[in-house]
Design a protein around this ligand. Structure first.
Ligand SMILES: Nc1ncnc2c1ncn2[C@@H]1O[C@H](COP(=O)(O)OP(=O)(O)OP(=O)(O)O)[C@@H](O)[C@H]1O
Length: 389
């Protein structure tokens, strides 16, 4: 089975398991992969039909299954994954008017990958993204863009940077997207259908005729993403795309970005900054934690370069208990230290994977437990270190 067949299979399984929204979104991705306008039309017809018949779930599912049958007849070869899009070596940026500097940063981002950029406020996330976007000059080291054509004009179309605050636009959401599509060479029917497909893909159907002032911040971000994907970027740099989204929407947007980064017709690389550590960790292939501009690299298993961490467990716990009593209870589990900050306990153990033993002790002693989270592999541990130092 190639990647396209696997994707179609996943759609069918989601629909069979009644995960209809997820199945539908993935189905739209498959249709976008085909780049066939007749299939775009069918998706748009199904969405319009569902709009008029919102309670006809069975009819809706039938139509989606018919679409799947058509997709199964299409062959799309696996291509384009794994090629490096951007690499940096010893990249450093200094600000003349402050002592702050970033780097040295070494990145190698490949098509189909997402890198998360995390860190507290003022630690250099935006600055790094702007340097990568060629929006800010750097002082030393190098950046190598390995896009199809890295001349400045082409770079601007293949590399898209979405800042935290995006500019206001006029007219309707759809007319703006149509204008963008025109700028990138889509006209007439192709323009209309492609724009509607991205409107559907980013959950903007109900808002397609709305003006900028009628959209919430979260939907403005979705609009920006739709506009960006119409440009078929290769490299996408997003500054805090989750900032104005509710928890559910954050997960949706991240899942969408993950799926779309692995598009078969246009796999792309994404670097995104965020304060939503746990959510980003779930989808990122690699994380960079920036502390005073200096990077700590963390792989998708949560491992950094530090070898001593491997034998430690760090737990974040919200419990109804005094610190001294908790220390006493956990001492025999190689407890190294406990800190209380931000309303929660942070306990360090000189022992690997001991969360189950800790839970057992807490339960046996009838301690009221609000939550316990193992942060040994989360970038959250670096935030804690700072709070404790
Ligand atoms: N133009 C500038 N001149 C001098 N210093 C600057 C300039 N822009 C940013 N800085 C400093 O660089 C540091 C990093 O800022 P940056 O905005 O990159 O951080 P950030 O991690 O994105 O922060 P946030 O999470 O608040 O958006 C800050 O100390 C900031 O004051």
């Amino acid at each position: 089975m190639n990647k396209f067949q696997i994707k179609i299979d996943q759609c069918r399984n989601h629909l069979l398991n009644q995960d209809i929204d997820l199945g539908f979104r993935k189905l739209v991705d498959c249709v976008l992969d085909t780049q066939q306008l007749n299939l775009y039309s069918q998706v748009i017809e199904i969405v319009s039909w569902q709009d008029e018949n919102p309670t006809e779930t069975e009819g809706y599912l039938n139509k989606l299954h018919q679409l799947i049958v058509q997709l199964e007849r299409i062959q799309i070869p696996d291509k384009g994954f794994g090629g490096t899009l951007i690499s940096t070596s010893n990249l450093e940026k200094k600000y003349a008017r402050s002592s702050f500097s970033i780097g040295p940063i070494d990145i190698e981002l490949k098509a189909g990958e997402i890198w998360g950029l995390v860190g507290e406020n003022g630690n250099g996330k935006t600055s790094l993204l702007r340097v990568l976007a060629k929006d800010l000059a750097f002082d030393s080291g190098s950046i190598d863009y390995q896009l199809e054509d890295s001349t400045n004009y082409k770079l601007r179309t293949q590399l898209v940077y979405i800042p935290q605050r995006t500019p206001k636009w006029y007219g309707s959401l759809k007319s703006n997207l149509k204008f963008t599509a025109t700028q990138y060479g889509l006209f007439k029917e192709e323009n209309e259908l492609t724009v509607l497909m991205y409107i559907i893909r980013f959950g903007l159907w109900k808002f397609r005729n709305h003006a900028w002032s009628e959209l919430s911040s979260g939907y403005k971000m979705r609009f920006e993403l739709a506009r960006t994907f119409l440009r078929r970027p290769k490299l996408l740099l997003l500054d805090e795309p989750l900032a104005n989204l509710d928890v559910l929407a954050q997960q949706l947007v991240l899942e969408d970005l993950k799926n779309m980064s692995q598009s078969l017709s246009n796999p792309l690389g994404i670097v995104l900054s965020s304060q939503q550590l746990f959510e980003v960790e779930k989808i990122a292939d690699k994380l960079i934690f920036l502390k005073n501009g200096k990077p700590i690299y963390v792989n998708h298993n949560g491992e950094s370069e530090s070898s001593e961490e491997e034998s430690q467990t760090i737990l974040e716990m919200d419990l109804e208990i005094e610190k001294e009593q908790l220390s006493e209870l956990l001492l025999h589990l190689s407890l190294e230290k406990i800190n209380f900050n931000g309303g929660v306990f942070i306990a360090h153990f000189n022992k690997k994977s001991c969360i189950n033993e800790v839970l057992q002790v807490l339960i046996n002693n009838n301690i009221q437990l609000i939550y316990v989270r193992d942060i040994s592999k989360s970038t959250r541990r670096f935030f804690i270190q700072k709070a404790n130092s």
